[in-house]
Design a protein around this ligand. Structure first.
Ligand SMILES: [Zn+2]
Length: 446
């Protein structure tokens, strides 16, 4: 195990895929079992990682100077929650009469001025102390950008007949957005007529578990390619797995060895505030309900729709492929299976489509133990990825909020013990999605 891990973390930076890299990559093996085992192996803490050194003091220095708070506010309807989102509160947890989430100091002032009842307020630096035990070093089983590339290269090299790896575009800071494609005849960005399924992780930087699920699903699919059911999906479908849409943000979140609770991309806004919320940057009622126009807010929607290269890369990807039928956008946390609309309260107008959404969501909820809902039942949020992919591209699109269910159970940083169950349950849900991708309408045919 240690030898494997040493190899695993003996990392080089790959910016492009040359044949040599591919050959080297082919020599390493990343089996699904090994990857999962490395996650739950306590020895992992003894390995020295390519991560920054721990600070000597226990002080959470990274978030000192961070002007955000974790607050709880009275709000009991989706309309009230939508207004709070619009004012810049990034809602994480919803209860009957209140919500909790992250707000910039300026948002807190704004809420007070508008008469909202703030039940509790804690500096994010203080709140984050609760998560110190789940410090990045202890969480090294999670894959950073380079480690993700290593795994993708390795499994691609070992399955060259059906897998290819290519970049759909670059991030603000110039990182490639890698895409693993599984298709028995079309490689790279070549077109295919086969029905397509798409899995995208990490629109949001701090949601590291949303990288693990699609990445390990890719490993699992290729490893189980000869199982009759999986073989059938692989032969008949065009499958795309994009584990990290926001690589800059994900790297920034762990760049100092202390989590930064970063959500957005790394856009330097003209006023100095960092980041645009990629999941508010799509062009579906962009900038409307539930999206903030304040650059300091975690839900800042950007200066215009598709202003960000990461969202633009996703746009071009979907627009250049008319064969795509299904899509899961992974997020954390809350344990929810969400379907459109997210930006408006009305249900999907097309009755047939609405039924398909409901049946599929229900099934995936059963497989994961999560709850299924129309997205805007929580609050309306415009400019989100899945509204756009369904509304503009007709793709049956779901947002899955992964485990845990609450901040009490670890929130964005639940540690490594949660990975195995979350990955396995969500692979079952993702495989269900594959099973209906040939014709999603078949789920409502009796
Ligand atoms: Zn998210």
């Amino acid at each position: 195990m240690k030898l494997f891990l040493t190899l695993f973390f003996f990392l080089a930076s790959f910016s492009s895929l040359y044949a040599n890299d591919m050959e080297k990559a082919a020599e390493k093996s990343f089996s699904f079992k090994q990857l999962l085992k490395s996650i739950s192996d306590p020895d992992i803490k003894d390995i020295s990682f390519s991560l920054p050194e721990l600070p000597k003091s226990n002080e959470n220095f990274v978030l000192n100077g961070d002007e955000r708070y974790f607050i709880t506010v009275l709000a009991s309807t989706r309309e009230e929650r939508t207004k709070l989102m619009k004012l810049g509160l990034d809602i994480q947890e919803i209860y009957d009469t209140k919500v909790s989430g992250i707000a910039h100091a300026k948002t807190v002032t704004l809420l007070s001025e508008k008469g909202y009842v703030i039940l509790s307020k804690m500096a994010l630096s203080e709140y984050a102390q609760n998560f110190l035990k789940d410090f990045p070093v202890n969480d090294s089983a999670y894959h950073n950008y380079d480690e993700m590339i290593q795994v993708l290269q390795s499994i691609t090299a070992q399955n060259r007949d059906i897998a290819s790896l290519y970049s759909i575009g670059k991030s603000v800071e110039g990182r490639d957005i890698w895409t693993l494609r599984i298709n028995t005849n079309a490689k790279g960005d070549k077109k295919s007529d086969k029905p397509g399924a798409v899995f995208i992780g990490a629109h949001h930087a701090r949601e590291h578990l949303s990288v693990e699920v699609p990445l390990l699903h890719a490993v699992w699919l290729l490893e189980n390619r000869n199982k009759p059911e999986i073989k059938q999906y692989i032969e008949s479908l065009d499958i795309y797995i994009i584990p990290m849409l926001n690589p800059d943000g994900a790297e920034y979140d762990i760049s100092t060895g202390k989590y930064k609770w970063h959500r957005k991309n790394m856009r330097k806004n003209p006023d100095g505030n960092i980041g645009v919320d990629l999941n508010r940057n799509y062009d579906f009622r962009w900038g409307g309900a539930g999206a903030s126009h304040h650059t300091y807010s975690d839900t800042y929607c950007g200066p215009k729709a598709f202003s960000e290269p990461e969202a633009m890369a996703a746009k071009k990807f979907f627009e250049s492929r008319n064969n795509l039928k299904t899509y899961i956008s992974y997020h954390s946390y809350a344990e929810l299976i969400l379907y459109p609309w997210g930006g408006i309260y009305e249900p999907v107008e097309n009755e047939k489509d609405r039924k398909v959404f409901m049946v599929m969501a229900k099934k995936m909820a059963t497989l994961t133990g999560y709850r299924d809902k129309q997205s805007s039942d929580l609050y309306a949020a415009t400019g989100d990825a899945t509204d756009w992919t369904y509304g503009n591209r007709g793709v049956f699109s779901f947002t899955i909020e992964l485990s845990p269910s609450s901040g009490w159970r670890g929130g964005f940083y639940p540690g490594t013990s949660i990975i195995e169950k979350t990955v396995k349950d969500n692979i079952a849900a993702a495989n269900y999605l594959l099973s209906v991708t040939d014709n999603p309408y078949k789920v409502i045919v009796r």
